[in-house]
Design a protein around this ligand. Structure first.
Ligand code: NAP
Length: 324
């Protein structure tokens, strides 16, 4: 039986990985829990301790992935890494099973899980790419506080409490400004070009996952005072003429997508769900059959991180790439 370790088991993604593994009842042997230090049921991470496992999920920091993944890969273990450390490395697949499962080959051992915003975007856009091609994507995001980990979630909750109690708001530290009752048009560091880190990840990783290296991708990523689930509004241009009806049919067929023909869908509706929920498909401009607009929402802790990683493990198991 395959043994699995989760590094970062006390964090919001690590906890979700453990929950999803249990829910999906994979045929696993031992499941080990690791963090930066030992406490009840969780061990301190070390090379020696991880050596006992066939598959290691990383849901911690870039430093931890850089430090612990290479020796694991050297001895043939499988690594499923939620950090950004290895995502853009040449020859390393960036897999969303509904989008590019064919990218997985028997010799691969290292599977980065892409940026949460990009996974949700690619799951929603893959049906468009398949039915009409994609030429350009412009996206505005509305990202939840838990996207910045437990510290981000706790910061929002503490600020919300202070608002209700009428006490002074605690100073922001996980975010560049107060998030409660606000929106912050910056996710990650802003570089010399004026883009922030999340916007660059969305562009680069979307191109890699959709296998469209020249796709025009322009993102504005925004943090909003929502606990869990990222929302995105996307304006896209297709390669070929299409219609709202053809796109709606493609979304209805698409794996991992729930299509809402009518009405809206919000972060609260999708918290705890594994699918990306697509709604409000419409033409951008009556004069064009190639310009459309969409709204979609996905739980970034599940489909944007934990569930996508566990789906990669399921893919490896079903293809017989792992020792059973
Ligand atoms: N949050 C999201 O929505 C999301 C989505 C996609 C990807 N990700 C990525 O997933 C990873 C985890 O994010 P998160 O949001 O779950 O963060 P988090 O809530 O802050 O949790 C971080 C976890 O990493 C552990 N850790 C920190 N330093 C470590 C070290 N040197 N060795 C071993 N464990 C260490 C922490 O353990 P202690 O409790 O001992 O400190 C904790 O369990 C990050 O790479 C993040 O970029 C996050």
């Amino acid at each position: 039986m395959v043994s699995v370790a989760v590094v970062g088991a006390t964090g919001v993604v690590g906890e979700t990985i453990l929950r999803v593994l249990e829910e999906r009842q994979l045929p696993l042997g031992r499941v080990g829990r690791f963090a930066s230090r030992e406490r009840n049921g969780v061990k301190a991470t070390s090379d020696e301790a991880l050596r006992e496992y066939d598959v290691v999920f990383f849901a911690s920091t870039e430093d931890a992935s850089e430090r612990y993944a290479p020796p694991l890969l050297e001895r043939g273990a499988f690594v499923i890494d939620n950090s950004s450390t290895f995502r853009m490395r040449e020859g390393v697949p960036l897999v969303v099973p509904e989008v590019n499962a064919a990218a997985v080959r028997a010799e691969h051992r290292l599977f980065p899980v892409a940026n949460c915003t990009a996974i949700i975007l690619c799951t929603a856009l893959a049906p468009v790419r398949d039915v009409a091609g994609l030429r350009a994507v412009r996206v505005a995001t509305y990202q939840a506080a838990s996207g910045a980990g437990r510290a981000g979630l706790d910061e929002l909750l503490a600020q919300e409490r202070a608002c209700v109690e009428g006490t002074p708001l605690p100073q922001p530290s996980a975010f560049p400004a107060t998030l409660a009752g606000n929106v912050i048009p910056q996710v990650g560091r802003i570089d010399a070009s004026g883009s922030c880190g999340e916007e660059e990840k969305v562009r680069d990783e979307t191109r890699k996952m959709l296998d469209l290296p020249r796709l025009m991708v322009s993102a504005t990523t925004v943090r909003v005072p929502v606990r869990t689930a990222h929302s995105e509004a996307v304006w896209f241009e297709t390669e070929r003429d299409t219609s709202v009806e053809a796109l709606a049919a493609a979304f209805e067929r698409a794996p991992g997508v729930v299509f809402h023909r009518d009405g809206i869908v919000t972060p609260r509706d999708v918290e705890g769900r594994d699918e990306v929920h697509v709604a409000r498909v419409r033409r951008e401009d009556d004069a064009s059959n190639r310009h459309f607009v969409l709204w979609f929402v996905g739980d970034q802790l599940r489909k944007g991180a934990a569930t996508n990683g566990v789906q990669i493990l399921e893919l490896l198991l079903s293809r017989g790439f792992l020792p059973q």
